[in-house]
Write a new protein. Sequence first.
Length: 103
Amino acid sequence: MIAIDAEHKAKLMHDLNLVIEDAQVLLRMTADQVGDEAKAVRERVSARLGKAKEELQALQDSALQSAKAAAHATDHFVHENPWKSVAIAAGAGLLLGVLISRR
């Protein structure tokens, strides 16, 4: 599975929501089209949209649970190891400063 960072995941979820909304509008616009084939296509697309919505909601729930778990683990670590946390933060700040100053 390809790892996706939080920013890209949020953009992907937003884009998928837009696609779903657009498809729903398209389905409503073609509702007056008659014929068994048109009806079958609308039903198939509608079913797929429903499934996509469910999967998108599951992805959002999963992302939220992962973020909560990471925040809880970080909070626990900081409370259990305050000095180590300060040292890690200082090291990260120093590294970031060095990287920025090179530009």
